[in-house]
Write a protein that binds this ligand. Structure first.
Ligand code: NAD
Length: 488
């Protein structure tokens, strides 16, 4: 294993990091309620004491507006950790389940146990939350953890490596910084679970590496989240919610940001007007100067988004925005109308400030458009037509569905967060995080009473009759067999 990992105390190899964690896990200390609770309290203390530093890191990495940093990252992380702390005893408790007649007398329970040493690889767009939230789940479940933050958000990555060890047990929770070679070296190690957040291409690399060790994975991926707008809506509220869900989510660089809109040809002009009004109201006449919009993360992603905008298949389709400033890495909120299905912007995940609108003749056609693409992480519908809403929930396969709003379902810890098909494998959040990092051990307890001689050889016809009646629930047959009738 060649790749060296830089850590504050010098350079170590991925083997050393994982071996150290395995030793700590084997000592058994991560298993107790007290250890888990102490780590979660440490994380809450870190968030409280270092809020300003987190804000600064997010500002440096993404020019993220302070309100977005607080609401979407810091506050969500704190409430996720608070919930885990509050519910931990309940989550750790074995769950009693009923036993079966054939094992009478017995009792059965499901005992959650930690998996061991787990790896969290996170992404740059919500670099604080997407790193710490899976770590919270892993700790709550009693695991030792390696966190590998994204190198594309270096300030937040360095915040984690320099600050987190001061608040948690650094012999069991380690931060490893680095790019592809470091992640590759880590992925050569045997982990007991990997939670990866990022794009599906790398998701495949992670899954292939995990397969070598039969390591289970949670893959939190992305895709094109469709947003369908019916004419039967409160247009003012809908347009505000669409605009804030798109550009108020890290300027469109969010896995849950609406990727494209589908509406009818007849309703599109009204919708476009309402969206323009909300965009101008929120971000002013010169949005490139707005402090309420994150910048595009780096020049590579800036070039990627510009490529979608400059595709000749969408030339003449820009109906709002389209402004850019390469030096500031800013692109203004941009609407495109009637984009062709074979344009780049309709083929790739936008992950930026562009919002294309596809028009259809009638609402039912939205299903053909959505189903022609891989299953998305989220699908949004704005409609007051209950029948259509039911049809939408039934017909669209997506990680999650939200009616009459955008992105809000992410913040509900009672809902699992994860994709389906191309948008992900597995889920987390709230109790689902604890479950994602636990093995559900099946435990059946018996006493020495209740011996049934029929289960033991020699398998006489009489015993077969008895067992057949028992397993078929045939009470009469069972009684007859117990009295040895009919004789064979
Ligand atoms: P990224 O570039 O930060 O990559 C994610 C992680 O993968 C990083 O830690 C990086 O070091 C690692 N990585 C990169 N190349 C690798 C390789 N060859 N081998 C191993 N690891 C490697 O993030 P990104 O992929 O640009 O993130 C954007 C994508 O993530 C979008 O598709 C978005 O929809 C998705 N996303 C999903 C969620 C979710 O929770 N479902 C959240 C955020 C982003």
């Amino acid at each position: 294993m060649g790749e060296q990992i830089q850590r504050p105390g010098g350079e170590v190899s991925a083997d050393d990091v994982v071996a150290g964690l395995r030793e700590s896990f084997s000592s058994g200390k991560t298993r107790s309620y007290e250890w888990r609770a102490a780590q979660l309290k440490g994380i809450i203390r870190m968030i409280n004491e270092k809020e300003e530093n987190i804000m600064e890191a997010l500002q440096a990495d993404l020019s993220k507006p302070k309100l977005e940093s607080f609401v979407h990252e810091i506050s969500l992380a704190k409430s996720s950790c608070g919930l885990a702390l509050k519910e931990l005893k309940r989550w750790m408790k074995p769950e009693k389940v009923s036993s079966m007649l054939t094992a009478f007398p017995s009792s059965a329970e499901i005992v959650p146990e930690p998996l061991g040493v787990v790896l969290v690889i996170s992404a740059w767009n919500y670099p604080f939350l997407l790193s710490i939230d899976p770590v919270i789940g892993a700790i709550a479940a009693g695991n030792a953890v390696v966190l590998k933050p994204s190198e594309i958000s270096p300030s937040t990555s360095s915040f984690f490596s320099s600050v987190l060890p001061n608040y948690v047990d650094a012999s069991c929770i380690k931060v490893v910084e680095g790019s592809v070679p470091v992640t590759t070296a880590l992925l050569e190690q045997k982990f007991d679970k990997i939670l990866y957040t990022g794009n599906a291409k790398i998701g495949r690399i992670v899954m292939a590496a995990a397969a070598k060790h039969l390591t289970p994975v949670v893959l939190e991926l992305g895709g094109k989240c469709p947003l369908v707008v019916d004419s039967d809506v409160n247009l003012k509220a809908a347009s505000k919610r669409i605009v804030v869900g798109k550009w108020g989510s890290n300027n469109g660089q969010a896995c849950l940001a609406p990727d494209y809109i589908i509406t009818t040809k007849s309703f599109a002009p009204k919708l476009v007007d309402a969206l323009k009004v909300s965009i101008e109201k929120f971000y002013g006449e010169n949005p490139l100067q707005s402090e309420d919009l994150s910048r595009v993360v780096n020049s590579n992603h800036f070039a990627r988004v510009c490529r979608l905008l400059d595709d000749e298949k969408v030339s003449g389709k820009i109906i709002h925005g389209g402004t850019r400033d390469e030096k500031l890495l800013k692109i203004g909120p941009t609407l495109l109308l009637d984009v062709p299905h074979d344009s780049l912007i309709m083929q790739e995940e936008v992950f930026g400030p562009l919002l294309p609108i596809v028009t259809v003749d009638n609402m039912e056609e939205c299903f053909d458009v959505i189903n022609s693409k891989p299953k998305p992480l989220a699908a949004y519908l704005f409609s007051q037509n209950k029948k259509f809403e039911e049809n939408f929930v039934r017909s669209v396969s997506a990680g999650g569905i939200l009616i009459n709003d955008t992105t809000m379902h992410f913040a509900n810890p009672n809902l699992p967060f994860g994709g389906v098909g191309e948008s992900g494998v597995g889920s987390y959040h709230g109790k689902f995080s604890f479950d994602a990092f636990s093995h559900k051990k099946a435990v059946l307890r018996r006493s020495f009473g209740g011996e049934v001689s029929a289960r033991y050889p020699p398998y006489t016809p009489q015993k077969q009759k008895f067992l057949r009646a028992l397993l078929n629930g045939d009470i009469v047959g069972l009684i007859l067999a117990m009295f040895g009738w009919p004789r064979s």
